[in-house]
Design a protein around this ligand. Structure first.
Ligand code: NAD
Length: 260
């Protein structure tokens, strides 16, 4: 629990905001004083009650693969709040398939949501941020991406998802390089295997799944969405103002590959 209001006054938007990581992040950021606008193509009634009744949280319909929808959502945020300090490109999907059976349509859909969707939000947000006033510390805005521990390592049946997250990571670095002198900081947050989204569904449908996954993680348990939110609170805050082009890996050691 952190009660320091280090995000006081910041306006943050999160795509895929109705998902588990989006909601946990909204909870954490508002606790530290931020105003959060959740973007999702899923309906608002997917939000937990504490968030739908939280005056610091708003919801806007947005399909990130539709650029007009992204532009309209950002225009609404600026109309309401006057600026956008942080954009978190977090909307995502996964379709695991063996390579020999991989349906190219699933590869295309995954790239469309995870990569092109993140691109649309990132570019629209960055175009807006470069026009904003700079803080005393030289920051005009921050663009953050939800990557994954697999963005740098292969995992069986993960071609579509992993390729999309690896592409995202490289886009973030190029963006960071180009936009550093404009005061727009760009970083990736790379979680491990989170008890959220698809992993949560797999776990809940198959109790052995959690044990198998935990056995693969040096810290012995699946990650919580709250742990991802902790990392996002840091990346949104002034504590990370000297970071750009980085990937913050918070994965319980999953990338170390557990050896017993
Ligand atoms: N759950 C994990 O183990 C894990 C691990 C590492 C990274 N991630 C990443 O975290 C992010 C959030 O995932 P989650 O675990 O909260 O899953 P989730 O399924 O709970 O949330 C994903 C959200 O994205 C939304 N979304 C999908 N397509 C969209 C679109 N075109 N436009 C707008 N919204 C769209 C969905 O409606 C959903 O609300 C994803 O990018 C995922 O790849 C998840």
């Amino acid at each position: 629990m952190n009660n320091i209001e280090r995000l006081s006054g910041l306006v943050v938007t999160i795509s895929g905001g109705c998902g588990d990581i989006g909601q946990a992040t909204a909870r954490r950021l508002t606790r530290e004083g931020a105003k959060v606008v959740l973007l999702d193509r899923a309906a608002k009634d997917n939000l937990a009650e504490d968030l739908s009744n939280n005056g610091q949280v708003a919801y806007l319909y947005c399909d990130v693969i539709d650029r007009a929808s992204v532009d309209a959502a950002l225009a609404k945020i600026v109309e309401t709040h006057g600026r956008l300090d942080v954009a978190i490109a977090n909307a995502g999907m996964v379709a695991n398939e063996k390579f020999l059976e991989l349906d190219p349509e699933n590869l295309r859909r995954t790239m469309e949501v995870n990569f092109f969707g993140a691109f649309h939000l990132a570019q629209a947000a960055a175009r807006l941020m470069v026009t904003q006033t700079m803080s005393e510390r030289g920051v005009r805005g921050k663009v953050l991406f939800t990557g994954s521990w697999v963005q740098d390592m292969p995992f069986p049946q993960g071609t579509s998802y992993i390729a999309s997250k690896a592409a995202l990571r490289m886009m973030a670095m190029v963006m960071a390089q180009e936009l550093a002198s404009d005061g727009v900081l760009v970083n990736t947050m790379a979680p491990g295997i989170v008890y959220a989204g698809l992993s949560k569904k797999l776990h809940d449908a198959d109790p052995a799944f959690r044990d198998r996954v935990a056995a693969a993680i040096p810290l012995n348990e699946m990650q919580t969405a709250e742990s991802v939110a902790d990392a996002y609170a840091f990346l949104c805050s002034g504590d990370s103002d000297y970071m750009t082009g980085a990937s913050l890996l918070v994965d319980g050691g999953a990338t170390l590959v557990k050896r017993s």
